[in-house]
Design a binder for this molecule. Structure first.
Ligand SMILES: [Mn+2]
Length: 424
């Protein structure tokens, strides 16, 4: 299913007058409106293939209707999201959940929908049917070389799938760790992981990157072999220039200052990219901006400041991706909300008066520094985000238009009520 562009234009027309009034008011507070709109127009966030079906927990899964049954239908769903927000022009595949059996056909469908392929993700946290060795006690860090070699071979196979589709990065998240004190020798586990990653690194094409993701706990509850940004950074540094650290917002202990981590990684040129989500307690994978939008803004403030300091292109020099999947919302609506929240935080960060903030910092004017940040955060930038979407052919209100056009009802008609997407 694809959305007829005229339907989006009609929906926009109904809201246009109100939007223009709001934009005129918002524009009064923005110094360089065109630059902000241009940056918002080019900003895209990749959609993970596993977020298009309803997520589950270990207690159960409640599938929604009209879920994509195949990789082709997942691409169609990303196409729907992109048609509505014009900010989701790529998909990140998870192997083996979404193996492209016919790469040229999949690639051509993506092109037709205006999409390309973001990083490919390997999976050595589950055993696959017919696999010789089990990952019960880990993969790249395993005490048995044969298991490590199998996990390395899987990652190299994932690179091959990615090459066929035009991806440029391999994203590695390991669940490797230990559940009980004494189970592991930490140094050996780290060294084994490094050696395995070195084998994968040497198989990377010249123009590829490898992104090393970290996570403090779960599924292992005593130690994780790549537990935090320090361990990821150490691995990425030892591997070489094609390796860097991937930050998933949900992969931190409560209270961690993620914006500071982002700032330092950017300074070192080692921030690969982002997995956006939100959380209240742990790796909750909630809709971006649903629990703590101020933290998201503070992170974007560091991202914009740090990228500008290195003359980086906001839209393309970092991998932006959503990594969320929840079990009670419509997945498309959830993803539309997430991308909107990201664009709102980005727009607010663009509005921060950086010169004034710098001066306040130099003068140790703590109160003024806070005022400057919160001035930007408390600005209603939604008309700016809407205008950027409008100018690129998207909907003024992607979530509202998704509902108004009965997209999910149409998907259910087409695919049926009891469909289940592959993945988590
Ligand atoms: Mn992640």
């Amino acid at each position: 299913m694809q959305i007829n562009k005229n339907l989006i234009a009609d929906a926009n027309q109904q809201q246009l007058k109100k939007h223009q009034n709001k934009l005129a008011i918002a524009a009064e507070d923005v110094n360089d409106l065109e630059t902000v709109l241009q940056k918002l127009s080019t900003f895209n966030v990749a959609i993970p293939s596993w977020a298009l079906g309803t997520g589950g927990t270990r207690f159960g899964r409640f599938s929604g209707g009209g879920e994509p049954r195949t990789l082709e239908e997942k691409l169609e769903d990303v196409g729907l999201i992109h048609a509505l927000n014009r900010s989701s022009n790529s998909i990140s595949l998870h192997i083996p959940w979404d193996i492209p059996d016919n790469a040229p056909a999949i690639k051509s469908l993506a092109t037709q929908l205006g999409l390309h392929f973001d990083a490919v993700n390997s999976n050595t946290f589950q055993d696959q049917a017919g696999q010789k060795h089990s990952y019960k006690f880990g993969s790249l860090h395993h005490v048995d070389k044969a298991v490590r070699e199998q996990a390395v071979a899987h990652n190299i196979e994932v690179i091959k799938y990615g090459k066929d589709l035009g991806s440029k990065a391999l994203s590695v998240w390991l669940s490797d760790g230990s559940n009980f004190p004494g189970q592991l020798n930490f140094r050996e586990a780290f060294q084994n992981t490094l050696e395995s990653l070195q084998s994968i690194y040497s198989a990377l094409p010249d123009d590829w990157k490898v992104w090393v993701e970290y996570k403090p706990y779960e599924p292992n509850f005593y130690s994780t072999t790549i537990a935090d940004w320090g361990q990821s950074y150490l691995l990425a540094s030892k591997l070489g220039p094609k390796a860097s650290t991937l930050v998933d917002l949900g992969h931190h202990l409560q209270g961690t200052n993620i914006e500071q981590i982002v700032s330092i990684l950017l300074m070192e040129g080692k921030l690969a990219g982002f997995h956006f989500n939100d959380s209240k307690y742990g790796d909750d994978d909630l809709t971006v901006g649903s629990v703590n939008p101020y933290q998201l803004f503070l992170i974007f403030n560091e991202l914009v400041e740090g990228m500008d300091a290195r003359n980086m292109n906001h839209a393309t020099d970092i991998g932006w991706m959503i990594d969320a999947s929840h079990n009670i919302k419509d997945p498309i609506e959830d993803l539309l909300q997430s991308v909107q929240a990201i664009k709102i935080a980005y727009a607010q960060a663009l509005l921060v008066d950086k010169k004034a903030l710098k001066a306040a910092q130099q003068n140790n004017d703590v109160g003024l520094a806070q005022e400057i940040l919160q001035q930007a955060y408390r600005t209603d930038v939604r008309p700016l985000v809407a205008e950027a979407s409008l100018r690129t052919g998207g909907a003024l209100d992607p979530v509202g238009t998704f509902r108004q056009l009965n997209v999910r009802e149409n998907l259910i008609k087409e695919r049926g009520l009891n469909t289940v997407a592959t993945g988590l």
